[in-house]
Write a protein that binds this ligand. Structure first.
Ligand code: SF4
Length: 459
């Protein structure tokens, strides 16, 4: 294969850097690149640097200089690359600079400057990968596992402790999704607010720009991509307050999915929940002051072992005061292996069911009232589908796919699926909105609701 793209590789530094080099070289070989031992035969040179002591910095800078002189096309990675400006001040012509342990970022830089060879099998897969969601929205997983030990949950046993994906890798995936036509990114994990805690919020790189592996930096950067960004599974840690102003500025969707699970301190303690409810009402009030359009979604468990009528009423009182927009409610059911199975005072099944029904009845009135306030407003919606009667099924910023309500647009037959539209809200019920396309003023009839077109709900 004489048209095979060829990489020269210089690996400096400690064994950890060596392992990074091995990972990059393994990926390069797997993708069909050749690895060559001379500057003359290489199309591009990667220098994996060391930045430990002054002598190592000097050696790394010399190696970059030599590669630039002898070859001219150089990508820098490794510990010295974490100080982007040190490299670029002396060698401004390098093609890209990444920090250590950044295999994906190095591969992306190589792909940009030396496209990978055509592979008739792999190239059948679209760049965004195979997606099970419609083309216009996609889930973006930012971490796996969880550091908490909620007593009703076995996820840490199944998926291990929190493992955050590198911030640059997440953002590159987001960019590819947006390029492939995605209009809405749904950010998911077990605990979105904890993103980066496992790697001590280390600095990563996105397009050469240093960025902390932290929820606030990540979502602010995602907000630059010009699509809807919706946050799920956000525990109310203090730094969540930092993202609400971004929502008020329109950089993120004004939507927070905050799984609170209960409001009784006694039950939250028995559940071992992170970020318990003390002060939650006050924070919700503050968030709404900053961002009046904020939609709050949460889920709750009723009938947890030891839950008394008093605990449950405390939860109802919380809901009445918090006026959350969307609520899912589960009757507690033991999961094999969960610590909560050992707790005393299980709640009888009929009591669980009765509490679930009472909670949902209260929430239905709250949701209906909050939706009613939208009548007469003009809202942006994302069109998901057109049904056979010509009604567009769309979602506003307040509606996550599958779990929230939808917006039925009666005269929306010609709205393009997967695109945004402006609609005027005419009517509402407990879950959904009924609208007309904003520019068509004469259509006033409420669309008939069809069975089977409403999205699935958790509750
Ligand atoms: S419920 Fe959520 S926060 Fe708690 S252990 Fe399970 S995954 Fe972690």
């Amino acid at each position: 294969m004489d048209h095979q793209p060829k990489i020269g590789f210089i690996s400096l530094g400690c064994p950890k850097a060596l392992v990074d080099s091995e990972q990059i070289l393994t990926r390069l070989r797997a993708e069909g690149y050749g690895v060559v031992p001379s500057y003359e035969t290489a199309d591009l040179v990667v220098v994996n640097t060391c930045g430990f002591i002054d002598a190592a910095v000097a050696e790394s800078l010399d190696a970059i200089g030599e590669a630039l002189t002898e070859n001219g096309r150089v990508i820098v990675t490794g510990c010295l690359g974490a100080k982007d400006s040190v490299v670029r001040d002396i060698h401004p012509s390098v093609l890209a600079v990444t920090g250590p342990h950044a295999c994906e970022e190095v591969l992306t830089a190589i792909h940009a400057h030396l496209p990978r060879p055509h592979d008739p099998f792999r190239d059948l897969v679209p760049p965004q990968g195979v997606k099970l969601t419609p083309r216009h929205y996609a889930y973006l997983k930012i971490s796996e596992g969880c550091n908490h030990r909620c007593t009703f949950c076995v996820i840490p046993q199944l998926r291990g402790d929190l493992a955050s994906r590198p911030v640059g890798e997440v953002l590159r995936e987001a960019e590819i999704l947006v390029r492939s036509g995605v209009k809405e990114l749904l950010i998911i994990s077990q605990d979105t607010s904890a993103y980066g805690a496992d790697v001590r919020y280390r600095t990563g790189f996105w397009n050469g720009r240093p960025l902390k592996t932290h929820m606030t930096s990540l979502v602010a950067a995602l907000g630059e991509l010009g699509v809807w960004v919706r946050l799920h599974y956000v525990y109310p840690y203090p730094h969540v307050d930092e993202v609400v102003p971004l929502m008020a500025e329109g950089r993120l969707l004004p939507y927070l999915d905050v799984p609170l699970q209960h409001a009784s301190p006694r039950i939250l303690k028995a559940m071992k929940r992170p970020a318990n409810a003390s002060g939650t009402l006050e924070r919700i009030r503050r968030w709404r002051e900053i961002c009046p359009d904020l939609t709050l979604r949460s889920t709750f468990i009723v009938g947890f072992p030891g839950e008394t009528e008093q605990d449950f009423e405390r939860l109802l009182a919380f809901l009445a005061e918090a006026e959350l927009d969307r609520v899912g409610c589960f009757a507690y059911s033991p999961v094999a292996g969960a610590v909560a199975n050992q707790l005393p005072d299980p709640v009888a099944e009929e009591v669980k069911q009765e509490r679930q029904a009472r909670l949902m009845a209260l929430q239905a009135t709250i949701s209906a009232e909050r939706l009613r306030r939208k009548i007469g407003r003009t809202l942006a919606v994302l069109v998901d589908a057109i049904d056979e009667e010509g009604t567009a099924i769309a979602r506003s910023t307040a509606d996550a796919p599958e779990i929230d309500g939808v917006v039925y647009v009666a005269n929306g037959a010609n709205l393009p699926v997967g695109e945004l539209a402006e609609v005027r809200i005419l009517d509402t019920d407990e879950h959904d909105l009924y609208a007309e396309v904003a520019v068509v003023k004469e259509t006033k009839n409420k669309p008939r609701q069809k069975d089977g077109v409403r999205g699935k709900r958790r509750s």
